[in-house]
Design a protein. Structure first.
Length: 369
């Protein structure tokens, strides 16, 4: 596959509403959009999901640039690539930095699919034509605000509500939500806000019929999660702790979780995401696609991945309008009754809105091969 040029564009976009998790509040997003160009009229696009601050993981927008320009792009320049599945192996000598790796691998996956004239979903082996989605709701100023927010999303048809929790905003809040919505699929995401000292408190969630609790304990833990899962009825889902197929194997072997949230950026790209999906399918572990408040390019990659059949549970890939006044793709991602129709155009299936891309770009670097 000829790659003639890689472009790194740094974008600044502002979320419509601030998004609060147990680790902090985000509203201004800065991130890289990657472009791989073949010199034959095709361009593939990727998006880095690293944030400005290392709150969710150790990577940041700045470390992304350092790793991409000083290491990963050099590797791409020096090696022939015939299929994007080879990239994760080529990147193997560079430890960690999965979001930087994924941003470049993603652009090449899109380029590959466009050159084959197939959709990215098809290139990955996905067959679903529609995907079910839920929505992730940040910590709100009050329970009334939360109930109001949920009401709107239920009316829009989202298939499940994920409610962010932290100490002081957990059991009572979820009990209230459950009382108002006896049959709604509800889950909680703690983003590592608890420890094993909270076991008795967390066990109270078992009465609320939650689909799962996501990452209650340490961001890098799989041992304590196994202890917690052994005494909790509610399925534990791991997010932050899973960076690879190897992490997945160990977590399943230990009994640390019953469900896995796959985020393409966190695991280093689509190739590794697919491997985790296949392993979970073989071991009867349900998976779903997480989100990182992506702009349209990242959102499109998530949609393509979710077409694989072990993505049984609704993901966090909400519509563009939940996040942005204006997204960078045309058309924007639209959710109708909790369902996204998978695009049928080649590659990521959405066009780049060139004027929006231009408007949000604050820096650009070009690497010629
Ligand atoms: O833990 O899944 C998470 C957003 C930022 C960082 C981490 C997480 C989230 C979300 C939002 O839950 C998912 C989305 O709507 O993109
Ligand atoms: Mg999470």
């Amino acid at each position: 596959m000829p790659i003639k040029q890689i472009k790194l564009r740094k974008l600044q976009m502002r979320l419509k509403d601030p998004f609060t998790t147990s680790f902090g509040t985000m509203q201004d997003k800065e991130f890289y959009i990657t472009e791989a160009i073949d010199g034959e009229g095709n361009s593939g696009f990727g998006e880095s999901v690293a944030f400005i601050s290392p709150w969710y993981s150790e990577e940041t927008v700045k470390t992304n640039l350092h790793i991409m320009e000083d290491f990963l792009i050099k590797i791409l320049k020096e090696n022939e690539i015939s299929h994007p599945d080879q990239i994760s192996e080529l990147f193997q000598p560079i430890k960690g930095h999965n979001m930087a790796k994924s941003a470049l691998e993603g652009a090449i996956w899109d380029l590959y699919a466009k050159r084959q004239n197939i959709t990215l979903a098809e290139a990955l082996g996905g067959e679903k034509k529609e995907i079910d989605v839920g929505i992730s709701i940040g910590i709100q100023p009050s329970i009334e605000d939360l109930l109001q927010t949920i009401k709107g999303f239920v009316q829009e048809g989202y298939k499940r509500m994920k409610i962010k929790i932290k100490p002081g905003w957990d059991v009572d809040v979820l009990r209230e939500v459950r009382a108002n919505y006896p049959d709604l699929p509800i889950m909680a995401d703690a983003n590592s806000a608890y420890t094993l000292d909270d076991i008795e408190h967390l066990q109270k969630l078992d009465d609320l019929n939650l689909t799962m609790i996501e990452q209650p304990l340490g961001h890098d833990d799989i041992v304590d999660h196994a202890k917690l899962q052994a005494v909790m009825k509610t399925p534990i889902c791991l997010d932050e702790s899973i960076h690879s197929l190897e992490d997945t194997r160990k977590a399943i072997q230990l009994g640390s979780c019953k469900i896995i949230n796959i985020k393409i950026g966190r695991v280093g790209g689509l190739t590794e995401a697919k491997k985790i999906h296949d392993y979970c399918k073989d071991h009867d572990i349900a998976v779903w696609c997480g989100g990182m408040l992506e702009a349209g390019v990242g959102r499109a990659h998530n949609i393509a991945l979710t077409t694989l059949d072990q993505f049984i549970l609704p993901g966090d890939t909400a519509g563009s309008s939940r996040y942005w006044v204006k997204d960078i793709i045309k058309p924007e991602v639209v959710v109708h009754k909790g369902v996204i129709t998978v695009p049928d155009k080649p590659g990521i299936g959405y066009d780049i809105d060139e004027s929006a891309l231009e408007e949000f770009t604050v820096d650009e670097k070009v690497f010629n091969f």
